[in-house]
Design a protein around this ligand. Structure first.
Ligand SMILES: CC(C)(COP(=O)(O)OP(=O)(O)OC[C@H]1O[C@@H](n2cnc3c(N)ncnc32)[C@H](O)[C@@H]1OP(=O)(O)O)[C@@H](O)C(=O)NCCC(=O)NCCS
Length: 177
C-alpha cells in the first residue's frame, strides 16, 4: 500500500458487510448526483443496494471489498459478472468508488490490489472496467493497475444534458493486457 503513514494506520481493507451498505449507498449516490462516472441518474435506495450486494460472496469471482476508517466504509471495489451469456463466464467487470474526501490518497490502488489478490486463483481470463471520459484519476488508476484502453464507446450515455464517451479498459488476471 502506497498511501502515507497518517492514513495507513487507521484504514482497514476487508470484505464488505451488510452493515456497510448505508455508507456505500451514500458514496455511490454522491457520484450519481454529481458525476458522470456512473450512468445512474436517480439516487439508489438501500433496498436496491441490498439486491446489488447479493451478487458478492467472500470467495470466488465476485467479491466486494471496502476501505474502512474507524469501521466506517469510505470506499469500495468490486468484481461482478461482465455479461449474462454463458461464454462471458471468464470475464469480470470491476467497479471502484472512493468517498470524495478520501480520494487521491492511494485507497483506490490499495483496494484494487486486495481485490485482485483475492480473485487471483479464479478462472478469469479478462477483467473489464468501463470509464466515462474524461476521468483522469480513474484512467491513471486503471493504467497503474495494468489495464490498457482498447477502445471507446462514443457518446453511449446522456447525463447532465450531454453525451459521454466510455473508455473500455481490460487486463488479464496477472495484470497484463
Ligand atoms: C477514480 C478513483 C476510484 C481513484 O481512486 P483514488 O483513491 O482516488 O486513487 P489513488 O489515490 O489510489 O491513485 C491512483 C492513481 O490515480 C492518480 N490520481 C488519483 N487522483 C487523481 C486526480 N484527481 N487526477 C489525476 N490523477 C489522479 C494517482 O496519482 C495514481 O496514479 P499513479 O499510480 O500513476 O501515481 C476515485 O478517485 C473515485 O472514486 N473517483 C470518483 C468515482 C469514479 O470515478 N470511480 C471510477 C469509475 S470508472
Amino acid at each position: 500500500m502506497r498511501y502515507g503513514a497518517e492514513t495507513m494506520n487507521d484504514i482497514t481493507i476487508r470484505h464488505a458487510e451488510q452493515s456497510d451498505l448505508p455508507a456505500l449507498l451514500d458514496i455511490y449516490n454522491h457520484y450519481v448526483l454529481n458525476s458522470a462516472a456512473t450512468f445512474d441518474i436517480e439516487p439508489r435506495t438501500l433496498d436496491q443496494r441490498r439486491e446489488w450486494f447479493s451478487q458478492f460472496s467472500g470467495a470466488g469471482k465476485y467479491q466486494c471489498f471496502v476501505a474502512a476508517r474507524n469501521s466506517e466504509a469510505i470506499g469500495w471495489a468490486s468484481s461482478a459478472r461482465f455479461k449474462e451469456r454463458a461464454a462471458y463466464d471468464t470475464t469480470i467487470e470491476t467497479s471502484i468508488y472512493i468517498a470524495p474526501e478520501a480520494a487521491g490518497r492511494g485507497l483506490g490502488r490499495a483496494l484494487y490490489e486486495v481485490l485482485f489478490d483475492a480473485i487471483a486463483g479464479e478462472d478469469i481470463h479478462r477483467i473489464f472496467a468501463g470509464v466515462t471520459l474524461p476521468n483522469e484519476a480513474s484512467v491513471r488508476l486503471h493504467e497503474a493497475m495494468g489495464f490498457r484502453q482498447t477502445g471507446v464507446q462514443p457518446e453511449v450515455g446522456r447525463k447532465f444534458g450531454k453525451f459521454w464517451d466510455v473508455g473500455q479498459f481490460f487486463r488479464d488476471l496477472r495484470g497484463n493486457q
